[in-house]
Design a protein around this ligand. Structure first.
Ligand SMILES: [Zn+2]
Length: 368
């Protein structure tokens, strides 16, 4: 009996020591992460938050809001005005352009009302200045070039409103290019399969105008042929603002290893997204480890200089362990546990995006 108690006692003390060391590891890693996020710039290249705000959803319930950004140490968010693909007749196109303008104006008014907390950035150096001033940062974007209609002057109009990337398509083809995911739906004017085999002639002009003004070309949602055409026509690096790796989860929205190599060779970025359907076969398998596996797959293929974070929060993104902007440090902690250096974590969270923003600005200066 006594011996059993002694054995049990020894077992318990080993267990206690083990759980203490696990706790200590967690405390150390959490402290390391918190300290790191004070100095680095963390950026999220894709959210649909402005759409939800425009629809009047309670801001406190959104996956991205000022409180959650502060809590998570998320400094700068690209706020994309999402325009769902629809019919392509002239009056619908004009209405969609107005809808995108209204979403952007609504968010800029909100930022103005909270200007003591958040500022809008138009350049990479604005992002750094706002971080130094202790402010949160918003950068405007558009998800779906459908918002441009067929009018090339809308590229400049949206640039003047602050838009710094445009995702060329959403699901289904538009007047700019073919999409990765298409369906037959005559009522909405959709046809499955390629329409342009990449960029349309108007799409080529849009890419050139985006280069001239300094708007990043985003190929998330576009077809493989569109990605190839963008790489051929763009003079500046291009990005996938919210995509995962097809080598881990085979999905039309994810990027093949060859696409990842081609985008990186042109100086661009693969911003790994948090939507479970692009991460894994089941929602249960989409966890922090799975997310970091996608990140490390890109890193191992093309280097840490070409990977980052694009959540798709408030648009379907988020998984158990990283469900809103306040939980992003669970990713940092996992990367620390995997042996990532502070330098590499800093590149992943923001410096890569700032490099590409700077490069796109430089190309625009040279073209104007
Ligand atoms: Zn999307």
């Amino acid at each position: 009996m006594n011996r059993i108690i002694i054995k049990l006692g020894a077992a318990l003390s080993i267990f206690a020591a083990l759980s203490f060391s696990v706790k200590k590891d967690t405390v150390d890693v959490a402290a390391h992460s918190a300290k790191l996020h004070q100095s680095i710039i963390s950026m999220d290249t894709h959210t649909d938050t402005v759409m939800e705000m425009y629809r009047g959803k309670d801001v406190s319930k959104l996956q991205v809001n000022l409180d959650k950004m502060r809590k998570g140490g998320m400094d700068a968010v690209f706020f994309a005005a999402y325009v769902g693909q629809g019919r392509r007749d002239d009056s619908t196109l004009l209405a969609k352009t107005e809808y995108a303008k209204a979403m952007i104006s609504n968010f800029k008014d909100y930022a103005q009302k909270h200007s003591d907390e958040i500022g809008i950035a138009y350049t990479a150096s604005d992002v750094r200045k706002l971080k130094k001033a202790g402010k949160l940062i918003g950068i405007m974007a558009i998800e779906n070039g459908y918002a441009l209609g067929k009018d090339i002057s809308n590229v400049q109009m949206f640039y003047d409103m602050g838009v710094r990337y445009i995702t060329l398509s959403h699901n289904n083809n538009n007047d700019i290019c073919d999409a990765a995911v298409t369906q037959d739906n005559p009522k909405r004017g959709f046809r499955k399969g390629p329409e342009w085999h990449g960029l349309s002639p108007f799409g080529v002009k849009v890419v050139e105008e985006m280069n001239r003004l300094g708007i990043i070309i985003d190929i998330s949602h576009t077809s493989a042929e569109t990605v190839q055409d963008c790489l051929e026509h763009s003079k500046a690096p291009i990005i996938a603002s919210h995509s995962c790796c097809a080598a881990i989860k085979n999905h039309a929205r994810n990027l093949t290893d060859q696409q990842i190599k081609d985008i990186a060779a042109a100086g661009g970025l693969i911003q790994v997204t948090t939507y479970h359907g692009f991460m894994a076969d089941s929602e249960a398998k989409a966890d922090i480890k799975c997310y970091c596996d996608h990140v490390e797959h890109v890193r191992d293929l093309v280097g840490v200089e070409h990977v980052g974070f694009g959540s798709d929060f408030d648009g379907g993104g988020g998984f158990n362990g990283c469900n809103d902007a306040s939980e992003i440090q669970n990713i940092t902690m996992e990367l620390i546990r995997r042996g990532w250096s502070d330098r590499d974590i800093k590149l992943f969270w923001g410096e890569n995006v700032l490099r590409v923003m700077g490069e796109v600005e430089r190309v625009a200066r040279n073209l104007r």
